[in-house]
Write a protein that binds this ligand. Structure first.
Ligand code: SF4
Ligand code: SF4
Length: 107
């Protein structure tokens, strides 16, 4: 890798880190938790349950009959979609997990 490529790589990774912390701190100030939705389309049969029952309308069906994530920041992490998907095709994870553990956690 040339020094120029190394600089570009480092600056883009710094930008990603800055974006991560900016968003995390902004959400902490608002007291809001963010969640990430992962849909494994290979397993999805396009039944539409996740689209129909998500209380925050996070998903919409595309023209191919597959769910797409359109409002990821509106997710409240209720995991209804994950628990009711008949094909186990959805996973909900915390977007900014606090990696530091408190001593009182006993770990
Ligand atoms: S509930 Fe599961 S199988 Fe049905 S559309 Fe959503 S992801 Fe696909
Ligand atoms: S966890 Fe709840 S709010 Fe988030 S996408 Fe699934 S059903 Fe919607």
């Amino acid at each position: 890798m040339t020094p120029e490529e190394e600089t570009v790589r480092n600056s883009s990774s710094t930008e990603v880190q800055d974006e991560y912390w900016e968003k995390k701190l902004e959400m902490e100030k608002k007291g809001k938790k963010l969640f990430k939705q992962q849909i494994f389309l290979d397993w999805c049969k396009g039944c539409g349950i996740c689209v129909a029952f998500c209380p925050r309308k996070v998903y919409e069906m595309d023209e191919m009959g597959s769910p797409v994530i359109v409002r990821p920041d509106d997710c409240i992490g209720c995991r209804f979609c994950e628990l009711h998907c008949p094909d186990f095709a959805i996973t909900i994870i915390k977007r900014y997990p606090d990696r530091r553990r408190r001593k009182s956690d006993g770990s």
